[in-house]
Design a protein around this ligand. Structure first.
Ligand code: G3H
Ligand code: 13P
Ligand code: ZN
Length: 312
């Protein structure tokens, strides 16, 4: 089937009490690892591309890689989404360039400016059959070149969500309930806890409306330990507990964003491979196990965290 929007995916996910995985793609091995896991578990999937990914790999390479994944995996619904669209022009370029979904991230703007920008993107996107994710609230952590400290982050205010969604016409809403971008989400020794009270309040005010969670990597300790054992230095990297994501997926959360976990799986595997095979220099040799470990990690997410296996 051709690329799809997220409309049908989210409707079924909301009703079925599961979430769709939105995985960031930057190169061929990542696209393959994710989509092979989805095809083998019959899971719908969102492949998302950030501004940084477009700068690294270029729009055409990325869209063609995703096009190849669509051809190779004809039985699973795949959406192509712009992650953290910084402005109208970037969203327009992706809408014109074949994406089926875009995020406009005006979360750092004052409320009225966020509304104005999101509404402009929604109007253009909807005219072209593309859906839009917007964001209210600010996550901590690093995304693109922006580093938001824990103090500067702010939870979504539930009393603002109805007005925001009504005025913008957005199709899904990313909210801040304690997740955070990157591999260092929580201080070692502290107990990570998402604010389910905020999620419940948002759900009550927007019944049936798809909610998105960014910064939802769980930072598998298996890969952190692998990185540290083979020359890396990532002390205190901690992520969101998977049980809490599973709980969010049973509620109004229909899209869960995962990027850092892919990076950790790839980097850990390659570091281990190099240490064990110091004489190897063929990229195919070390990228193959990296792709395999991405695939295994994504399968685990689809089955044990998102609950979207078998839903394609
Ligand atoms: O939230 C940000 C994503 O992890 C994308 O990261 O901007 O480094 O591609 P990136
Ligand atoms: P992580 O850094 O937790 O993987 O978050 C990814 C993300 O939110 C992409 O938009
Ligand atoms: Zn994000």
């Amino acid at each position: 089937m051709p690329l799809v929007t997220t409309t049908e995916m989210f409707k079924k996910a909301y009703e079925g009490g599961y979430a769709i995985g939105a995985f960031n793609v930057n190169n061929m091995e990542i696209v393959q690892g994710i989509t092979e896991a989805c095809a083998e578990t019959r899971s719908p999937v969102i492949l998302q591309v950030s501004k940084g990914a477009r700068a690294y790999a270029n729009h055409t390479y990325l869209t063609k890689l995703v096009e190849a994944a669509v051809i190779e995996n004809p039985d699973i619904p795949i959406a192509l989404h712009l992650d953290h669209g910084p402005d109208f022009e970037t969203c327009k370029s992706c809408i014109d360039g074949g994406f089926t979904s875009v995020m406009i991230d005006g979360s750092s703007l004052p409320f009225d400016e966020n509304v104005k920008l999101a509404k402009r993107v929604v109007e253009y996107a909807h005219d072209h059959g593309v859906v839009v994710e917007a964001e209210l609230g600010t996550l901590a952590g690093i995304e693109d070149e922006v580093n938001v400290s824990a103090e500067a982050s702010s939870y979504t205010r539930p009393e603002e969500v109805e007005e925001f969604v009504t005025r913008t016409g957005c199709d899904s809403l990313a909210i801040a309930i304690g997740t955070s971008h990157g591999a260092y989400k929580f201080k070692p020794g502290t107990k990570p806890q998402l604010r389910f009270d905020i999620l419940k309040e948002v759900e009550k005010r927007l019944p049936g409306f798809p909610i998105v969670l960014h910064g939802s990597s769980s930072v598998p300790q298996e890969f952190v330990e692998m990185i540290n054992a083979y020359g890396g230095a990532m002390p205190g990297a901690i992520g969101v507990p998977e049980e809490q994501l599973r709980e969010a997926a049973r509620m109004a959360v229909c899209k869960i964003n995962i990027d850092s976990d892919l990076r950790l799986a790839m980097t850990g595997t390659i570091r281990k491979y190099f240490a064990e095979h110091p004489d190897h220099f063929d990229p195919r040799q070390y990228l193959k196990p990296a792709r395999e470990n991405i695939k295994a990690m994504v399968k685990h997410k689809l089955i044990d965290v998102l609950g979207c296996n078998g839903k394609a």
